[in-house]
Design a protein around this ligand. Sequence first.
Ligand code: PLP
Length: 368
Amino acid sequence: MKVSFNSFARQWEEIKEPTLQALDRVGESGWYILGREVAAFEKQLASQWGLPFAVGCANGLDAIEIGLRALGLRNGDKVLTTSLSAFATTLAIVRTGGVPVFIDVDDSGLVDLDEAAQILESDPSIKYFVPVHLYGHCLNLDALEKLKSRFGLKIVEDCAQSILARSGNRPCGSVGEVATTSFYPTKNLGCIGDGGAALCRDEKIASHLRSLRDYGQTAKYEHTILGLNSRLDELQAAFLSNLLLLLEGATAKRRRTAARYRAEIKNNRISIPPVPADSDSVWHLFPTLVEGRDELQRHLKDSGIETAVHYPVSIHSQKALDGVPYQVVGTLKNTERFCTQELSLPIHPYLTEEEVTFVIETCNHWRP
Ligand SMILES: *Cc1c(COP(=O)(O)O)cnc(C)c1O
């Protein structure tokens, strides 16, 4: 049996017909950038997410940059964030001129909000925060909201891995001024190419985001601010509108697989990190922590099971940050533990029950 980490082939079987119709519709319309499809998708996304405004962008990286710019981040402003994420989270901060301040993650692998409170207490010059809802978990939003009001923070929530996740009954991304997501193909809602979005509750911020993604225009040929070219195109929007209809079902499948892994994986060398309190996770990834991670990865590969590591290298240790101003708080002990021990098991929505059983049995039979 072969168990792949993602399954674009099985997805294509399901969405081929509506995708070809969408292509035809966009082609016939003769309108390819910022038209009806993008507007319709933005409305649909905002309503399904539970936030009033969504603004399509070219990718998740740009969405974070646009979000930070809309919140007024200026050169040299410090931005609290995590070193355990896709590099893009930090890259967006640095590109906007921010100075990342890395703090540790907690036992779930998400940015440690208690440690955040301590550092914010000792350094009142930090006014921005980019938390990441990693692995499809949602950070505790009550705790995040308290932190925000106690320290007067401006927050862009990186929801690239957590679309539709909730904390209690609140949607992920509803505490920060801006929530961003990515439609990179491997994400829970992935397009056939690159895409992303920034969402918000405030109409003024929404028009600022819209202007920033389109050169800073407020009307045609009227440039009031310096923006980016970061538009979602009509074809991707049409594709995403179809896929969004399947997202609840696909998320339910991810949740069922996660429940099985959590109940049935029984090997004392493999532990499953806890889920943040109140998180109704969407399981973009299924992280495990393993002493001898590389051996387990080889064992699974030899049995035909693909896995991945999120992430093997912490962001502040990446060469690209040499010479870039940033700050590290403490030893980032948990971050380093995740980098050494984390192994993600396959959890895409097209896994069959037999494949899930096979992954579980292969993990349970591993004796290093
Ligand atoms: C994928 C990802 C991004 C970047 O998204 P792109 O669309 O690839 O630019 C940012 N943050 C996190 C946590 C991600 O997983």
